[in-house]
Design a binder for this molecule. Structure first.
Ligand code: BT5
Length: 253
């Protein structure tokens, strides 16, 4: 926390050597009333979670972080915080390492076609009222290239594997929390326009052909934009369609 210089984000940090999932731990803390800005960090996770019940590999060397937020937003805008975190993480990575990732909609940081980081936003809402959000982010910081085996060998990478040198994880977390605080406060005052603008700048999805896999069929088209709620707009043969993160997994070609 030394040198963090934020007002809210990271004012309180829980740090585990190992935990099942920082998102699970942060949810428990949030439910018990823990303040906005509280951060949970772990050196390793034994049951890191991805979206839709998928597993997230979380060995030592990565940054496994969850942030408690209590935004005054309707629940349907929670997706915008995922985009905000993707922008904050992209800029933090560019600031403290030689690596500049791109963002694959909605929540992946990519470099050379491989996944560097993922975001899992979990929302607690009652009666159309947001209670709290746990924003979980995992980034493969100092994981050696040869650690990625099996399924991950072709699809995952780390800052260290890409830049050839270790990154300061403390500096990364500080930069990320500073970026988040700035964007979060700005969004509270004037909205998410700037977040959307920066997201578009870093996007590796827009302008590309995409396959969107829905529950019972697949749609193909060109990703043309994101809307003001962060949903993806895809031009298909039957017109421009809107897709939400929870519904789809998408495969840029
Ligand atoms: C995500 O899910 O990308 C969200 C990952 C969020 C992880 C953070 S870590 C801190 C916090 N606490 C948690 O328990 N979770 C959050 P999704 O888009 O569903 O991607 C999951 C897929 O990514 C898996 O099915 C694998 O194919 C791949 N994958 C798993 N581990 C990976 C890793 N370390 N690096 C890159 N890809 C990985």
């Amino acid at each position: 926390q030394d040198g963090l210089k934020t007002a809210v984000m990271g004012k309180k940090v829980y740090h585990y050597r190992e935990v099942d999932s920082t998102n699970r731990a942060a949810r428990e803390l949030a439910r018990a009333g823990e303040a906005e800005g509280t951060v949970v960090l772990a050196e390793a996770q034994s049951a890191g979670r991805g979206r839709l019940g998928r597993a997230w590999n979380s060995p030592c060397g990565g940054i496994w972080l969850s942030l408690i937020l209590r935004p005054k937003l309707p629940p349907y805008k929670a997706q915008l915080l995922t985009l905000m975190a993707a922008v904050a993480a992209t800029e933090a990575t560019a600031a403290v390492s030689a690596v500049t990732p791109g963002i694959k909609w909605p929540n992946d940081l990519m470099i050379n076609g491989k996944k560097l980081a993922g975001i899992l936003t979990e929302v607690s809402a009652e009666m159309e009222q947001l209670n709290y959000i746990v924003l979980g982010l995992g980034i493969n910081a100092n994981i050696p290239a040869d650690w990625f085996a099996g399924e991950l060998e072709q699809i995952a990478t780390s800052i260290m594997a890409q830049s050839g040198e270790a990154v300061s994880r403390v500096a990364w977390v500080q930069a990320f929390l500073r970026n988040m605080e700035q964007e979060y406060m700005q969004a509270e005052q004037i909205g998410f326009e700037d977040v959307l603008k920066r997201w578009r700048r870093y996007s590796v999805t827009l302008g590309k052909g995409v396959d969107v896999q829905l529950a019972d069929h697949r749609e193909s088209g060109t990703a043309v934009d994101i809307d003001e709620q962060g949903a993806l707009l895809v031009r298909t043969e039957s017109g421009v369609k809107t897709f939400w993160a929870g519904d789809v997994s998408l495969r840029p070609d």
